[in-house]
Design a protein. Structure first.
Length: 82
């Protein structure tokens, strides 16, 4: 169920809001995967910060897709000077 919500948000580039432990998080979801211990995780950018963070599925609750908020993934572009 969580995967479906995360996948839909990633496809539509919608922000998510959820509880992680006791903290409320607003996330631009980028990638779903597993960590070294085999636990399912989601990676994303938190509250327009430049840092990508990892969140464990087990600690996520009350997920909702924010309807009127879209995001554009940050892709670093390097210019070369000739």
């Amino acid at each position: 169920m969580k995967t479906d919500i995360f996948f839909e948000a990633m496809i539509k580039r919608k922000k998510l809001q959820f509880l992680y432990g006791l903290d409320q998080v607003t996330l631009d979801p980028y990638y779903i995967g597993a960590d070294r211990n085999g636990k399912k995780v989601i990676y994303g950018r938190v509250n327009n910060s430049p840092v990508i963070r990892k969140f464990e599925y087990e600690k996520i609750a009350n997920i909702r897709i924010l309807p009127n908020s879209r995001f554009t993934p940050i892709i670093p572009i390097y210019y070369s000077m000739n």
